[in-house]
Design a protein around this ligand. Sequence first.
Ligand code: PGA
Ligand code: ZN
Length: 426
Amino acid sequence: KIQKIEAIEILDSRGNPTVEVNLKLEDGTTSRAMVPSGASTGEREAVEIRDGDPKRYGGKGVLKAVGNVNSTIAKAIENKHFNSQKEIDYFLMELDGTDNKSNIGANAILGVSMAFARAKATSSSIPLYQYLGGGNAHIMPVPCMNVINGGKHADNTIDFQEFMIAPHNASSFTEAIRMGEEVFHALKVVLKSKGFSTGVGDEGGFAPDLKSNEQAVEMILEGIHKAGYKAGNDVSICIDPASSEMWENGSYKFFKSSQKLVSSDDMVKLWESWVKQYPIVLLEDGLAENDWEGWKNLTEVLGSKVELVGDDIFCTNKRILQEAINKEVANSILIKLNQIGTVTETLETIELAYKNAYNCFVSHRSGETIDTFISDLTVGINAGHLKTGSGCRGERVEKFNQLMRIENELGKSAQFAGLKAFKNAL
Ligand code: PGA
Ligand code: ZN
């Protein structure tokens, strides 16, 4: 039985307000959950309610969402018993009554959903990853670390949003993190020696004013080499250009490095040449959310070579994923809890993905908190890989720290995913 639920307005990693939910069960168990927030959001994401009051936080306050937890939701769920995660999440969805949670707010609902999951796990004396994924949870993920930031996440000259390193040739997650950090620090030296800035962007990656998008990959390759690793063999590369942000009247606009316009076909050719040239194992949002034709083409050209992840195009939504499965678009889906708004719907989307041999790539948001829910989710569903920032910034490394704790706790049963985590990499 839920005894008490209370939300407050706290801050995320960008200094913007977000929702924190504190929950107490009748047996005395307490839990806390904090909700993240994106910058390059998909159009079909569940609705994050912001106050829009220009006098507070430039309109970004979340007092309405907080109020919805403390009034509507509290009134409906306090002193009520829920047998399962599914039961409470479906109850919350009905209470909201809309398709996209625009009534109560996905930020309000998700906070409650996550806090309930955490409290139930604690009260049943099982780790959260087991509560979410069952007893078979044991695969430790490859950390895809976003070491160069561009796009909407940094004020620099790079159009593409994320350049990630994937240290896959490791014996454990903990060792993979060490490799990733060594490359991250070597990259800093490389950038500095060439006179580039080593200040970081929203997700903790460097945000230098490079001459081109290609140069970002080349800097990373130098960093990998400098750290004593072999690109491709030990550490590979993942890219998320977040190309919905570049989509303009049916083509792609390079809005930072140049002002050139590129057709969908030419974007596919660009990715084809990048995959030939560089040790890329994963490409997320290579095309825009409204370019389904292009996505079909991209999947035909590269779908058997690399992991093609849909983020903005799928929004962790099982109905949209089903459409993609029918149309043979992509081979992997990005998993962000706040795109859909409850733990149960997230797990349902994951189940549908696995049933259809799609991979699941678990993700943080660019506006994060120190909540480590996604670390447990990643192990819970044996996702094999996640992205949660670069090698610095507390809200990012705390996810890695939680994964190292989980690996330690799993002991001998922990198994590092390695290169096979990536679709078609072997
Ligand atoms: P967002 O970016 O959290 O700003 O949406 C992350 C991503 O595009 O993967
Ligand atoms: Zn993305």
